[in-house]
Design a protein around this ligand. Sequence first.
Ligand code: PCA
Length: 329
Amino acid sequence: MINRRHLAAASFAFGVSALAFAMPASAQTKWNLPAAYPSDNPHSENLVLFAKDVEAATAGKLQITVHPNASLFKAPEIKRAVASGQAQMGEVLMSLHENEDPVYGIDVVPFLATSFADSRKLYTASKAAIEKKLDSQGIKLLFMVPWAPQGVYAKKDINTVEDMKGLKWRSYNVGTARLGELLGMQSVTIQAAELPQALATGVVNSFMSSGGTGYDSKAWESLTHFYDTQAWIPKDATFVNKAAFNGLDKATQDAILKAAATAEERGWKMWQEKAGWYLDQLKAKGMKVQAPSPELAAGFKKAGETLTADWLKKAGAEGQAIIDAYKKM
Ligand code: PCA
């Protein structure tokens, strides 16, 4: 005989077991986050901490797997993968996409913002425009984190920009490629994940980057000099497919946004703390780390002015307005 108490107990038991079956599939979402730079680079370490924070805040409901070093998508493909939903989240250098919109290249306008404090101001002044452009492409910006000031790696003394003529120059975006062209170098675009091999095989013998990427690619194994030209501080952006984000419940969305705000602060701090350490490591490995000579600095300033004029022409009134706002900060 089944009485009401038994029935209640039985349906409770059924409910629990149904729930137990349903739990893994319905309550746990797994996302991928393709990232462009090596796993022990601060950018990737920060992303892993971000994923952990999201997982903890959602009690395991949203699990994000970080795929560093362009292992899931090549750096220039990450943004499109997120826009099209092939990956839910992604991270890459924003200025890789300057061809789509000049605003993505605002942080590589030469000598505009060369300290972390100025870089942060430029970020504040440009964030809304970047967010708007990404939004129009189906992407929601989560946070942006800087690299360190960009300098020049070479295999010989570079006293003036004339000394750079004919070098095999590795570029990573529009600005570095244009710089190579302006200074009479043979420029080839190579992303960070392929840089160690390009250096080892002699495909390139010079490049511009941070102490971080020189360290990641063991620049000292093939090159000898680093000139701390402090040309600009580029930033990586971490973003999410808009539709995927909108499909989450409010609590999960809030957890992501909170973890993103934390990751942004942590990332800026990590780079400020580590920028000097990287240069010390290059020195310890035997590289000559030095300030550019006044002549070399002047040559870079001049090339920088051409690049700035190029950018302003492309970016028009909107770009000028951002720069004006930044200069008032
Ligand atoms: N490292 C990246 C981008 C800027 C940087 O410091 C690179 O060289 O590809």
